[in-house]
Design a protein around this ligand. Sequence first.
Ligand code: NIG
Ligand code: FE
Length: 424
Amino acid sequence: MNLKTSNMNDLTLIGPFKQILPMTGISLKGSIPDSELTVLEDAGILMEDAKIRSIGKFSELQSEHTDAEVFRLEGDHVALPGFVDSHTHICFGGSRANDYALRNAGKTYLEIAKAGGGIWDTVTQTRKASKEELIKNIVKRANRHLKNGTTTIEVKSGYGLSVDEEVKILQAIKEADTKTSANLISTCLAAHMLPRDFNGNASAYLEEISTKLFPLLKEENLTRRIDAFIEESAFSETQIASYFKKAKAMDFDITVHADQFSTGGSKVAVAFGAVSADHLEVSTQTEIELLAKSDTIATALPGASLGLGCKFTPARKILDAGGALAIASDHNPGSAPMGDLLTQAAVLGAFEKLSNAEVLAGITFRAAAALRISNRGKLDDGYLADFCVFHTHNFNEILYNQGNLKPCMVWKNGELVYNKHKTP
Ligand code: NIG
Ligand code: FE
């Protein structure tokens, strides 16, 4: 997907854009009226290597930087920061189309899981896949997300559920990162569920993971993030509290699958200073206020609500309480098979009555904060030159089209990595 031909050390100026939404000057937490959005008109982006050197009026940038190579746009174009998908499970083998059919025919997610389907089915299929097959699948999925404007993608393990299989998955993610222009950020989700073939209880499994897998993660630099699913079908608050204590002691960032079917996870997330608490479909005002007062980013996963046919995360209430809301796809074979962040964010906006500013913040700089990454999600001097370009005259058209208006170009680290007019 590498289509740019210019010399990487030169300055490149792209424009003129009808509009650029830099997503700057907006706070990390709380509600955002659309009037707070900065909209730059007839603007350009000046890039140097992988970074943004300057943003401003195209004509001014052009006359100030006559040495810049100009990438001239004809027609109306709008630029947004490259999207950040802060929660996916795109490393998996097989499909769960049967689960989906069963669920829609009346069985619940938990019933299917208890009967041997669900996450365990994907674990079996992922274990059967070679590392090379997993890499191929991750790259294929990541490239599709990249084409749709997502330049940074978090990818969880969690379908291995043994030390060796989790290592295989995390190595596959690391290797896949070198084979796609998207940036993959890995997370260890060995605490996704108690593996059926584990000879022991949940605490013993978590003990094995923390003593044997955590050191390997550090040694091989496989991830800096630990996730856990706190739920009746997975792990209890107490079990995860002692697991997180060990992860914190080893300096891992913490993130939690919280309050998806029952509450409890978000409390643990806040207590451990988690970077994010994700799902939150059943969070009540108590959990919402707890999260809003904390530095933990609340992440809505509308793809899981659409996949499971259940209610959306109370995004409006989280923002009104002063919380920081990110929106991610949760792309996985079970609960969120669609994997289309822009569509899902637009739909969440319509159901939860979110301003366009809140939706766009949720898939850009607020999602970057959920990954504790500060050099992307905004278009500003010194930030990575990661942006997506839409062939339209007004940014409001993008969410209005509910994902049907796709980017015509995507730039990552200052390189044109997708151009609709030229198939790679
Ligand atoms: O985020 N909730 C737990 N984990 C995933 C689902 C994984 C699966 O069903 O395979 C989620 O929705
Ligand atoms: Fe998930």
